[in-house]
Design a protein around this ligand. Structure first.
Ligand code: NOJ
Length: 516
């Protein structure tokens, strides 16, 4: 009998280990959820008194900016269909949802002298619906949709924008902070500044790679810090929430073991992650970045560095201003620096200042988005790098995802592989001591993917944007994610069929009355 029992125990253990490749499981309080952003899903671009953001305005003036000439006017229509979104989250068993607030839905002119009551009602409804379904809201205050009035005045290149942003942050803390306990000040300052003020490829189309890119980042950091201090002084005691920033970072790996490539990889860390996290954790920009931009500026005949330094007062103001770190991570890169990099970039520019080039490995599964290939070991390395470099802060993966084109339809197998292998890497990093406490897949549903429009789909749920009712249908990835959330383990053998499961499609009327 004892022998039989032992055999059974060994067999059960083997089964458990086969299920959890690395013997680990998500703890029940780990926040597995999904992410979206206002302009990418809400639509209702001028509904109920909403003002225009720079994305509204520029895409109306210049539809050619977007490859398929679409825009976010209606998008997934989450302004009207938010209950469906919450129902999708609930159906998946999601524990948390990250979404962003549209600045001009709340403050139509951008300024805090007029608050649009309908904007407040909309977000109150969404937040209350989430809480009623036991889903923790993570709220991004700014996800790139600057009010057009401020954009016309110079936007993130002007020092004045910091106070405007701070006024807006105060309004949203006051309106929603009784229920929202996780605030993200700014989404991806690096990407925003690169495309909006560096290359000039996204609104407001400012091409200023020599200084605009740096000035934008500097002001976003000051705005972040100001919001943090406002929260601390005016709201924290009563509301007891947390406030952090979300930065994007792909994992860099030296292309060879040459000193130049290793050095270039450290510069990659400095110019990307370090540009934002070093001032917050260490009190200033990374010295590598400061030195390289100063040296290049000098060579180019500037009187001072194109990277404006922070005053001592500003350094103190920024240092320590985060309760947690949000990381958006999608891919990894090989980094190199050799003679071929000389002359590769415009001079002067932030790319030239950094002075390296990157490539991805052609054997990695490629997504539909440029330079976003799947390499989960890089995710593991990034999590442990943050642990070591920044004192193991409380960490949330605020975005991670894999895009496909419409042709993959509901059978998004590459995305399924991506989800599983990245979550596996996360579990490994957690087991190795990373203080990661939550993960948000990008995205809950197909979103307006900025200048790629709807040609690129990231959704766990497909949205039919040709149908005025914008029906949502779970892809295979949504079903796989649901099972991971339910069981806490990653089962590589689970193979649900999204067509057989369309019964889980949730029907809601336009007035948000939902029947399962
Ligand atoms: C990061 C951005 O925050 C989000 O808006 C975008 O859609 C995803 N990356 C995918 O490109």
């Amino acid at each position: 009998m004892a022998g039989k029992f032992t055999l059974l125990a060994v067999w059960t253990l083997a089964l458990v280990n086969a299920e959890c490749k690395h013997g680990s499981k998500f703890p029940s309080d780990f926040l597995l959820g999904a992410s979206t952003a206002a302009y990418q899903i809400e639509g209702g671009w001028n509904a109920d008194g909403k003002g225009q953001s720079m994305w509204d305005w520029y895409l109306h003036q210049q539809p050619d900016l977007v490859s398929d000439h679409t825009n976010g006017d209606v998008a997934a229509d989450s302004y009207h269909l938010y209950k469906q979104d919450v129902a999708l989250l609930k159906e998946m068993g999601a524990k948390s949802y990250r979404f962003s607030l549209s600045w001009t839905r709340i403050l139509p002119n951008g300024t805090a002298d007029y608050i649009n009551p309908y904007g407040i009602i909309y977000y109150n409804n969404l937040i209350n619906e989430l809480l009623a379904n036991d889903i923790v809201p993570f709220v991004t205050i700014y996800h790139w949709d600057l009010p057009i009035g401020f954009s016309n005045q110079g936007g993130w290149l002007t020092d004045e924008i910091v106070d405007k942003y701070a006024d807006y942050a105060r309004v949203v803390f006051a309106a929603f902070g009784d229920r929202v306990k996780h605030w993200i000040t700014v989404n991806e300052p690096n990407i925003h500044c690169t495309f909006a003020y560096g290359y000039g490829l996204q609104p407001p189309l400012v091409k200023s790679p020599a200084t605009g890119y740096y000035d934008c980042g500097r002001n976003l950091l000051l705005a972040h810090a100001k919001a943090y201090h406002i929260y601390n002084k005016e709201f924290r005691v009563l509301q007891r929430g947390k406030i952090g920033i979300t930065v994007d970072h792909d994992w860099p790996m030296a292309a060879s073991d040459s000193i130049d490539d290793i050095d270039a990889t450290e510069d990659y860390q400095a110019f990307h992650l370090g540009q934002y996290l070093d001032p917050i954790f260490r009190g200033d920009y990374p010295h590598r970045m400061v030195d390289r931009v100063a040296a290049a500026s000098l060579r180019q005949g500037y009187n001072s560095s194109r990277l404006r330094s922070f005053t001592e007062e500003q350094k103190d103001f920024i240092k320590g201003t985060t309760d947690f770190v949000g990381i958006n991570h999608y891919s990894s890169n090989y980094v190199y620096r050799n003679a071929s990099v000389v002359g590769m970039y415009e001079v002067p520019s932030f790319d030239d200042d950094a002075g390296y080039a990157t490539f991805t490995n052609p054997s990695w599964p490629e997504s539909a988005s440029p330079s976003m290939a799947a390499y989960a070991p890089g995710f593991y390395d990034l999590l442990l790098y943050i642990k070591e470099a920044y004192g193991n802060p409380e960490l949330y993966i605020t975005e991670n995802g894999f895009s496909e084109t419409l042709s993959e339809d509901l059978y998004d197998d590459l995305k399924v592989d991506y989800l599983r292998t990245y979550l596996d890497a996360l579990l490994d990093a957690k087991a190795a001591g990373s203080n990661v406490q939550g993960y948000f897949f990008w995205s809950l549903l197909d979103t307006f993917e900025w200048t790629f429009g709807y040609e690129i789909r990231f959704g766990l749920h497909q949205v039919d944007i040709d149908d005025p009712a914008r029906p949502r249908t779970p892809r295979k990835s949504a079903l796989v994610y649901k099972e991971i959330i339910r069981s806490g383990v990653i089962d590589y053998n689970y193979n649900p069929d999204p067509y057989l499961r369309t019964k889980v499609k949730i029907n809601c009327t336009y007035n948000n009355i939902c029947n399962k």
